[in-house]
Write a protein that binds this ligand. Structure first.
Ligand code: ATP
Ligand code: MG
Length: 447
């Protein structure tokens, strides 16, 4: 049933059509399935404000070895699940043989090949994700009523809701994402099954949870999906730090509104904004961000970046602060300064505050000027280095760094002090003062 959908307006990419045509010429069926068809339908129905750049996945009754035989350039991307990547130009299209589940355990499914597209659709998670379209005949297959649900604004599990979530608990979080993205109401049986299945989220792997979160954060407006996480109790297992913070509804709503305002092509920056709410004190915030990113097995580089941003979100600096305060802030925040400012821009936007936005813009200009002035902001910018300090008779060790840190402090206060002679003199003075434990004053006897 296609209702009032204008199928002629479905626009698959050329690469997809070429592969579909080839399969059809050889006597196989080639169907577009999953996210791309759902998104095209949503757009046609008017339930989506934008067209997400989703992949066009192809389902076929050709078996993987037949697919690999038909196309010259293939990649066995998921051959164990019947998926072969076919290259058309430099675009990789995933071609998957019709499947049906024979066994599931909440995390994985054992699948076998199926004969009919309908069987393949019936193993999918939500009705809106179980629609297929065959370009060669312009047929739509929608055995579970996905188009009707999309039209009615409903998210509904395929088949018996309870079973679907028990088969794979990740579907709970996927459901929140789709409901949030397309502004769907969760149909009541699906909703109660989801509420019950939330308790099973702990059985999933950290990787799947993380990837799902990052997909939410890459959506244009993630706040509704995030709010489903909060109101369903889904935060409890994987995001306890956030769950605690979310108890203050006012702060929570402000937070997710700000997350929306961070550009969607910066999901990690959005994550940082989301985690800022976990504590008031910078070290406590950083610790929360650290344990959460550990639990979700983020890469070291991503973790470092996110924790750094979360820590340095506040205290912030303003255009009316002294230039030495601005430089001190830059020295702390280092190359994340633009991103920290972006977080504050998002806050101002979320508050619809022109004054706030003006203030942040002025901050940006002020600190940027400090950077352009070439003022020293790190030890590497000092006019002397560790070897110079050692040349003054200081013993090797942490004291060298401490001395340079102290000199940097002075130079941040007064950029004029960043001259080799002045710094050597000051270093000498500090050593003689002995104020830095471990410094050995030069022997006055000269021996
Ligand atoms: P998006 O790409 O926007 O995240 P999508 O629906 O395309 O959304 P994919 O993960 O790319 O999601 O999966 C493609 C299709 O495969 C889905 O539309 C759905 O039909 C099916 N699918 C994916 N994951 C599951 C799952 N965990 N359980 C059941 N079906 C799934
Ligand atoms: Mg997809």
């Amino acid at each position: 049933m296609s209702g009032s959908l204008d199928l002629s307006r479905f626009r698959p990419p050329e690469s997809f059509l070429e592969i579909a045509e080839r399969l059809e010429t050889e006597g196989f069926e080639a169907w577009a399935v999953g996210g791309s068809i759902r998104d095209q339908c949503a757009l046609e129905i008017g339930g989506a404000a934008y067209l997400p750049a989703s992949d066009w996945d192809l389902a076929t009754n050709a078996h993987p070895e037949e697919v690999m035989h038909l196309f010259r350039r293939t990649v066995p991307v998921g051959i164990e699940h019947g998926t072969v990547g076919v290259l058309s130009g430099d675009v990789l299209v995933e071609v998957t043989t019709f499947r049906r589940d024979i066994e599931t355990d909440g995390r994985h499914a054992t699948v076998v090949f199926a004969e009919e597209i309908e069987q393949d659709l019936e193993r999918r998670d939500f009705t809106i994700n179980a629609i297929a379209w065959r370009p060669s005949t312009n047929e739509l297959r929608d055995p579970t009523g996905g188009v009707a649900d999309l039209t009615a604004g409903l998210l509904r599990a395929v088949g018996t809701a309870e079973d679907r979530f028990r088969e794979d608990y990740l579907r709970v979080l996927r459901g929140f994402r789709f409901a949030g993205r397309f502004d769907l109401e969760i149909e009541s049986e699906t909703a109660s099954a989801m509420a019950e299945a939330v308790a099973g989220l702990g059985r999933l792997s950290a990787e799947r949870i993380r990837e799902e979160l990052m997909k939410v954060l890459a959506d244009p407006v993630p706040s509704s999906a995030l709010d489903f996480y909060a109101t369903s109790g889904a935060l409890t297992h994987w995001y306890p730090e956030v769950a605690v913070a979310a108890e203050d509804r006012e702060i929570w709503l402000k937070t997710v509104a700000s997350v929306d305002e961070v550009p969607s092509h910066r999901p990690a920056l959005r994550l940082a904004r989301w985690l800022v709410q976990t504590a008031v004190e910078p070290d406590a915030r950083a610790a929360a961000a650290h344990s959460l990113t550990d639990r979700l097995r983020f890469s070291n580089a991503d973790q470092k970046r996110v924790v750094h941003l979360v820590r340095h979100y506040l205290p912030f600096v303003g255009p009316l602060d002294s230039s030495s305060q601005q430089r001190r802030w830059l020295a702390e925040v280092e190359d994340a300064w633009r991103d920290v400012i972006r977080l504050h821009i998002a806050d101002a936007r979320a508050l619809r505050s022109d004054r706030g936005a003006g203030y942040i813009a002025a901050t940006w200009r002020a600190v940027h000027e400090e950077i352009l002035s070439g003022a020293a902001l790190s030890i590497g910018d000092l006019a002397i280095d560790g070897d110079d300090v050692l040349g003054l008779g200081v013993v090797h060790g942490p004291i060298v760094g401490l001395l340079l840190e102290e000199l940097l402090e002075q130079v941040i206060e007064d950029p004029e002090a960043n001259k080799r002679d002045r710094l050597l003199e000051e270093a000498q003075r500090l050593i003689e003062l002995g104020s830095l434990a471990g410094a050995r004053p030069p022997d006055p006897s000269g021996g």
